[in-house]
Design a protein around this ligand. Sequence first.
Ligand code: MCN
Length: 788
Amino acid sequence: MSATGIGAAVRRKEDQRFITGKGQYTDDINRPGQAYAYFLRSPHAHATIKKIDAKAALAMPGVIAVLTGDDLAADKIGGLICGWMIHSKDGSPMKAGPHPALAQGKVRYVGDHVAVVVAESLAQAKDAAEAVKVDYAELKAVVDPAAAQKNGAPQVHDVSSDNTVYQWHLGDKAATDAAFKQAKHVTRLDLVNNRLIPNAIEPRAAIGEYDPGTDAYTLYTTSQNPHVARLVLSAFVGIAPEHKLRVIAPDVGGGFGSKIFIYAEETVCTWAAKKVGRPVKWTAERSESFLADAHGRDHVTRAELALDDRGRILGLRVKTIANLGAYLSTFASSVPTYLYAPLLSGQYDIPAIYCEVDGVYTNTAPVDAYRGAGRPEATFVVERLVEVAAREMGLDPAALRKRNYIKKFPHQTPVIMNYDIGNYHASLDKALELADYQNFAKRKRESARRGRLRGIGFSSYIEACGIAPSQAVGSLGAGVGLWESAEVRVNPTGSVEILTGSHSHGQGHETTFAQLVSDRLGIPIEHVTVIHGDTDKVQFGMGTYGSRSGAVGMAAIAKAIDKVIAKGKKVAAHVLEASEGDIEFKDGKFTVAGTDKALGFGDVALQAYIAHKFSGQDLEPGLKEGAFYDPTNFTFPAGMHICEVEVDPQTGVTTIERWTAVDDFGTVINPMIVEGQVHGGVAQGIGQALLEGARYDENGQLVTASFMDYCMPRAGDLPSFTVGMTTTPCPSNPLGIKGCGEAGAIAAPAAVINAITDAVGHEDVAMPATPQVVWRACQKAAQRMAAE
Ligand code: MCN
C-alpha cells in the first residue's frame, strides 16, 4: 500500500479550505445586480386562500415583485413531482395531489409557500412580506396519519378521500401467516419511528440567474445531485433545451438526504430571475429549514416475529403507517416502501416475511429521505423484535442472533434483496470482544452499587446501498436507472482531473477519489483534482445519496482509468517501438515486458499530446477517457453495533458509557474517512434515539421549530467510539467497496433503545428516550416488580 493509495488514512485534502474559511458555499456567491427573495409562508396548517392582496407590499421601498401561485399558473409552470410511482396492493396507482411551488388556492402545512417577495435587499423583502395581506379560511388540520385515515378526517388533497396515498405490500402473506401458525413463540411490538428534522450546518440556498443574451439560466444551489436538479427543474420551469439551464452546486455544507429533492425555492428563484430580469438570491433562515426542509422517518408500526421453541425465526409480519406529510416530496413514495420493506430480513435467514405499508397525507411538512432513508426504520423493527424475543425466551441476545444469521451467500431473501456476501458472525464476535461483553455483568453490578441501572443493547444492521443498479430499480417500478459517470482528463504533464457525477458535501471525495487515481496511475495525490457539482463541466451524473459514491462513482472512475491505461499502452508501444501486447503498466510506469525500456506516466501523457508522432498511425492524440458504470447489485454493508448505557432511575437520565461498532464496508479506501462517517452516522442515530423528535400540535403547529425545542446531539452527549472492521470485499463492483455513509445512523437507534430497555427492565421506551420517557419506564418496571 502506498502512503496515499487505497487503504491509506490520508488526511482530507479539502479540509484546509474548509477550516480556514475558504470554502465557497451558495450564500458566499453574489451575482451582479442580484435581488433578494423572501418567502411568505403559511401560518396555518390547513386553509383555503380566498385572496392575496400585494398592493401595499408592492408600494414599499425596494420591492421589485410579489409573485404568487397565480403567476406560476399564468406562466404554465407545472408542479413539483414525486419521481417514483408506487402501486397499491389492488394494483391502483398512488394518489398524488398537486404540488405547486407556490400555493394555489390552498395551504396544507405551516410553512407552505404562499408568495415570494423580490426586493433590492433582504430586509426590504422581509418587511414587504409582512404587508402582503392573505385572506385565509382556516380548515381543520390533521397531523397524525392514523387519524388522517379515519372517516371524517380533514382531507388534505381532493385526490384521496381518506388521505391514503397508497396501500402497498411486499412478501408472501399466506406463507407468513402459515409460519405464525407453527410458531411456539410470537413477539409483538408497537413501534414509533420518530419524525426527524434534518439540520445540515449549511441551510438550503439558491440563486437563479437569467442571461437574455444567450437565453440561458444558471442556478447556484445547495444540491446533492445538480444534474438531476437540472433535468427536473428545466422541465418544471419550461427551459428547453435542458442545457440552457446550468446548475452549480458549489461547496455544500452537509445534506444527509435533505438536499436531494427539488424544492419550491429553487424552482421559484430560477423562474423569477427571468421574470424580474435580475439574479434572485434566497438563503433559508434556520426557522424556515425547520418548517419546510423535508423531514425524515415518521412511521407507526406493529411488528410480529414468529419463532420456534429453539429460537429459530420462522416469520416476520409488519404493518406500517408512514406519514408522508402534506405533499409528496421527490422520493417520498419510495422511502417507506422499496427502501424499507426489502431490508426487513436484516441479517437473518427468515423464511417468510410480509409487510404492508400505508402512505398517508397529513398537514405536516413533506417527509422524504433522511440519512439511511427507510433502512434505519427497517433495522429498528427487526433489531427491537429480535432483542425482545431473546428476553422473552430467556436467551442470550447475541446467541439468538447467531442462531439466525444467514450463513451462505449469495442469499435470496423473501423480500427482493439478493445479499451477495457477508460474514455476520465475524462482526458479532469481534464486537463482543471489543465491547468486553464477558465483563458486562461485573460492570452492571458496579453500577448497581452506585444506584444506577446498566444495560447493553445490540444492533445487527444491514443496508442496501450503492444506490442503485439500474436493473434493480427499473424492475421495482422506478422507471429510471441509476448509475454513475466519470471522465479522467490527463494533462500533458501527467496531472489528472477527475470529473465525476458524484457530489461531495462532507464525505471527502476530493481525497478518496484522488487516492484511487494515485493508486491506479502511480501519481502523487497532489497531482489529482476532483471536479464535481457543475452541469457545464460534468456532462451528466446521478449525484450522491444512498452511500453510492464509493461503490458506483468510484467504480466509474476506475473504469475510465482502465481505459486511460489501455490508451497509454498504445502510446507507449508506439514511442518505445514495441508491440502493444508487450507493454505492462505498473507503479506509474509503462514497461516493455522483460526489458528495462520504460516510460513514466507523465512521459506517456506528454507523448500523447505531441500529435505529430502519431501521424499515419491508428491512434488519436490526447489522453482523456470517460465511463459510465452501472452496478450489478446493491452493496450490502453490515455490522454489529453494541451500546452500553447507564440510567439514573431517580431522574431518567441516560448516559452512553460505551459504543462499539464493527462494520464490514468491503474494501476500505480511506479508513480515517470511513471512521469519521461511522462516527457521524452514530451521532445522528443517537440523536434520534435520545434527543430529536419533531412534534406538531393538534392544529398542525410545529412546536419543535427551533434548536430551543428540537435537541441535536452535542459532543457531551456522545461517548468515545470504538470502531472495528471486518472485510468481505463486495463482488458487485470492481473495487470491492460497500457504502459506509449511512451505516451508523441505521444501526444506532435500535442499539440505544435495546440498551435502555435492558437497563430499566421495561420495553415501553419510545424515541426520543428523554429523561421523562426513561423515568416513566423505570416507574412502570418498579410497579410491575411490586405487583409480581
Ligand atoms: N469510502 C471508503 N471506503 C469504503 C466506502 C466509502 O473510503 N469502503 C469513502 C468514500 O470514498 C467517501 C466516503 O467514504 O469518501 C463515503 O462514501 P459512501 O459510503 O460511498 O457515501 P457517499 O459518498 O455516497 O455519501 C453519501 C452518504 C449519505 S447517503 C449520507 S445521507 C451522508 C453521508 O454520506 N451525508 C453526509 N455522509 C455524510 N457526511 C457528511 N459530512 N455530510 C453529509 O451530508
